[in-house]
Design a binder for this molecule. Sequence first.
Ligand code: PLP
Length: 403
Amino acid sequence: MATHKKPGNWRPRTQAVRGGQMRTPFQETAEALFMTSGYAYESPEEPEARFKGEAEGFTYTRYGNPTVAMFEQRMAALEGAPCARATATGMAAVSSVFLAALRQGDHVVAGKAMFGACRYVIEDILGRFGISSTLVDGTDVEAWQRAVQPTTKMFFLETPANPTLAICDLKAVAAVAEGCGARLIVDNAFASPALQRPMEFGAHIVVHSSTKYIDGQGRAMGGVILCHDDFLRDHLQIYLRNTGPSISPFTAWLHMKSLETLALRMRAHCENAEIIADFLASQKNVRRVLYPFRDDHPQHALARSQMDGGGGVVTFEVEGGKEGAFSVENAVKLIDVSNNLGDTKSLMTHPATTTHQRLSPEARAELGVSDGMLRISVGLEDPADLCEDLAQALARSGARHAR
Ligand SMILES: *Cc1c(COP(=O)(O)O)cnc(C)c1O
């Protein structure tokens, strides 16, 4: 049977490389990929005991798989969470947390600056099942308090938020949730556990799109839910087992191996992003730059108090609205036009016509998503090449404007 090394009090860098590893009798150094749907038993008594919950062991990969279990344990170690469950996508993680625990008549409060699909789930899908919601300005702690109703069961927020990189005060919002008996769920995809661990500030549940920085190389979709024992036992376990948003063992293996270099990659993403942000701020066609660790970010002190780095995403606004932004996207030669993020390759997107297209112009204005706004997911290329590419693109689009 598989053997586990005792995790002891390993520090995060060690956990990232060794956390959760189970070795087979072959004593392989790299984690094994168990690409199997089922498991065979020595006798009929064995599955009987496992199905009754009286014996440990795997029965079916929708329920559990050794490779998936290794990825989950490593994620739990890095987030400082008691339990983790991996899912097929980030959205499977987000929707499962809601649908596993909420029922008709319940109420959710959410920070309105969030990933578009999360907003769709909260407003449209939950709404169809009689679960109501109030969207608030997530940066305003009193707004969370004012939105609370007797039926409020969950708070949901994303920080830094897409695409404006607004920061929510994790500790303060967690205290409001605690005060009304609601669970605070934090979408930690933009920061990753290398830069931010929301449970340290009182969050009850953390969700991830491991498609982003955890994979880090733009290859495979995945998600993770981190929670406490009671949530897993009372809500999540039975929901996941029976509805089946399971991750492929192959993706779990890929994302687990990516965790080994996550801290190194995030440090490099942050270094590059800081250089790009400073460079953009010096360009005359650029109106405004948003980056959490720049002194001109309205919440930079809060960002520094809960994050270990500003992250890999830089948002900026060019002159000329949509036309100005599109001309920059048409002129970049190295940076790709793509709405994904968290890749080694630098990617640029125009939020108003892609990720935030579904929102009304008023809703976009409320979030600060302007027509001239561009978001760069800064990759791991040489930052000098990225700055040169941006300089030529801004110069060409600027020239077009002057005409
Ligand atoms: C990408 C993303 C999601 C959704 O994850 P998928 O893996 O695409 O399903 C949710 N939240 C945030 C902040 C994201 O960036």
